[in-house]
Design a protein around this ligand. Structure first.
Ligand SMILES: Cc1cc2nc3c(=O)[nH]c(=O)nc-3n(C[C@H](O)[C@H](O)[C@H](O)COP(=O)(O)OP(=O)(O)OC[C@H]3O[C@@H](n4cnc5c(N)ncnc54)[C@H](O)[C@@H]3O)c2cc1C
Length: 306
């Protein structure tokens, strides 16, 4: 099918108010960087996702799944094909056989909003997640974590759409959740929803923890600038930010991209940064740290459209 034809045909399978063409990805990434997605569809519905994916397979159109874009660096040239953005929130709860309350949460739900809500209702276990700015789907993919907590600690299972259009319910071990890793991307799964098990705790202690962690983030992280959080994974036995600082790279700048002066583990967009700037900065940081300490920093940030 010719290029323009698939863009016409896709309009008959997805609601027009949630379908966009040449959509600037800078609007949809916390880095505020990224050229246009050729086509951008918003959904949080498994059947719609399945229809979009099978359309793309039939038409030979590349497709990419994103959540809240809080761990993404998108190319300045944009993204070919379709970006499927998981957005929207559906949450239900029921008592589990384990005596805990089980929450089923759609992939497009913001993790921080869900976590803050359950903490407010007196459930303990997701205090660590109240400041993580991704979607629930993205949090499962990344096994997001902070301050000693990780998604895998509270995840009962996730429903994923498989490559051949089936739906599987997989546990944390089946998703191979480990430090900032799952098998979702390599197996080409799409997370549709996740189930968490939480128990009631002491409301005052929960609030205290949430406030304390929020204070720590504000003190330590450059939240006043666009970023994608920690740029690099933590190398075993080290802290990426400390290694970068020890190399004298605090404040090191390429174009509009900078190693945050407040937290060397964050690359920030000081204004007008391009993806090329960020890539250049990441490459220079990696080389300097490797030359000095013999440690290769692995990006935690995912790259799209390169
Ligand atoms: C200020 C700031 C602070 C942060 N702090 C933390 C922190 O403390 N801890 C932490 O772990 N992270 C942190 N992050 C990073 C980020 O919030 C997490 O990695 C988050 O889990 C990413 O979720 P997302 O929905 O934004 O995913 P995206 O960035 O949209 O996507 C990330 C990856 O997941 C894939 N993906 C997303 N949704 C789905 C889905 N439904 N199905 C299949 N694949 C999917 C994408 O293809 C991509 O490969 C921070 C980021 C910022 C900007």
């Amino acid at each position: 099918m010719a290029q323009s034809d698939w863009k016409t045909a896709i309009q008959s399978i997805h609601p027009s108010e949630r379908l966009f063409f040449d959509e600037p990805m800078a609007k949809h990434t916390t880095f505020r960087i990224g050229g246009p997605a050729e086509c951008y569809a918003v959904t949080d519905d498994g059947n719609e996702v399945r229809a979009l994916v099978s359309f793309c397979k039939e038409q030979g159109v590349p497709y990419h799944i994103i959540g809240n874009g809080s761990n993404l660096l998108v190319s300045d040239d944009g993204i070919e094909g379709l970006v499927i953005r998981m957005e929207g929130s559906r949450i239900s709860e029921e008592p589990g056989a384990d005596g805990k309350v089980h929450f089923r949460v759609s992939a497009g739900t913001l993790l921080s909003g869900f976590a803050k809500g359950v903490c407010k209702d007196g459930y303990t276990g997701l205090e660590f997640a109240t400041g993580i700015p991704g979607s629930v789907g993205g949090a499962v993919v990344m096994n997001a974590g902070a301050y000693g907590g990780e998604i895998k600690d509270r995840l009962v299972s996730a429903d994923v759409l498989t490559k051949d259009g089936g739906v599987l319910t997989l546990t944390g071990p089946e998703l191979e959740l480990s430090y900032r890793h799952s098998n979702v991307t390599e197996r080409e799964y799409i997370v549709l929803s996740a189930e968490f098990a939480l128990e009631k705790g002491d409301p005052e202690a929960i609030k205290e923890t949430v406030d304390e962690l929020s204070g720590k983030r504000k003190d330590k992280q450059p939240l006043e600038y666009p970023s994608a959080g920690s740029t690099f994974k933590r190398p075993e036995g080290y802290f990426a930010g400390k290694l970068i600082d020890d190399c004298g790279l605090r404040g090191f700048t390429v174009g509009g991209a900078q190693v945050s002066e407040k937290h060397c583990g964050f690359v920030i967009n000081r204004g007008g940064a391009t993806a090329e700037d960020v890539l250049g900065l990441i490459g220079a940081v990696q080389k300097t740290v490797l030359d000095r300490f013999g440690i290769l920093l692995e990006p935690e940030v995912r790259f799209l459209g390169f």
